[in-house]
Design a protein around this ligand. Structure first.
Ligand code: G4P
Ligand code: NA
Ligand code: NA
Length: 190
């Protein structure tokens, strides 16, 4: 998606060979027009497949997921990273290890929002090693729902996430695929 790649070139900051900072439009300040275009692009790639729900994870997955949900006309569920006081009963729970933060966290969604009749599109802001994606897939599978694929805003293609997900048969659609962050430069894969 060219508009996204241009935004990354213009406003992304290469923090290291592993980490791209996009606080200017995705992870802190949000560019609503770009998010709308991102939602449109996800909808184009996944339309017509009987998708009934989008599942993402707080916080940064929510904006692109909501825009995709708006385009597809379906609800968006975001997994919570902690057990909130009002989210107690019938919880589906999974653990996710963050390579970036070197911590394990628990994520949860309420079972009442997902059933075996659902066909789910998973959306997230970044795909690195795929741990967050795997935990979301685990939650969706616990509900007995099926998975149409994963929509990722920024894939770091030099990490293992895509290979892991594709090896398990999942379709991965990334709107920007970063091949390298070497020498302070963002190089895209295509
Ligand atoms: P993984 O899920 O693919 O294995 O990735 P990892 O554990 O490394 O990701 C942990 C967190 O760091 C996630 O955000 C993920 O989106 C984010 N992340 C991973 N690589 C990058 C990167 O290069 N740049 C930026 N900006 N973020 C990256 P989170 O902890 O869930 O936070 P939130 O932003 O959703 O609140
Ligand atoms: Na993030
Ligand atoms: Na995320």
């Amino acid at each position: 998606m060219e508009a996204l790649k241009q935004k990354i070139r213009d406003e992304g900051i290469v923090l290291s060979e592993q980490v791209l900072k996009v606080d200017a439009f995705l992870n802190h300040q949000i560019d609503p027009r770009l998010m709308q275009q991102i939602g449109h692009e996800f909808a184009e790639r996944f339309r017509g497949q009987g998708i009934t729900k989008i599942v993402t994870i707080e916080a940064s997955g929510i904006a692109p997921a909501v825009m995709a949900g708006l385009e597809l006309g379906i609800p968006v569920i975001f997994a919570r990273k902690f057990q909130s006081l009002t989210l107690k009963n019938d919880l589906l729970i999974s653990k996710v290890f963050s390579f970036t933060k070197q911590t394990e966290s628990t994520i949860a969604i309420s079972a009442k929002h997902l059933t075996r009749a659902d066909h789910v599109l998973v959306i997230d802001d970044f795909l690195a090693n795929g741990h967050a994606a795997k935990a979301l897939i685990d939650l969706i599978s616990q509900a007995g729902a099926s998975i149409a694929g994963l929509g990722i805003v920024i894939e770091k293609s030099f990490q293992d996430g895509r290979a892991l997900l594709e090896s398990e048969g999942y379709r991965v659609e990334a709107l920007a695929r970063v091949q390298s962050l070497a020498n302070g430069q963002v190089t895209f894969r295509d």
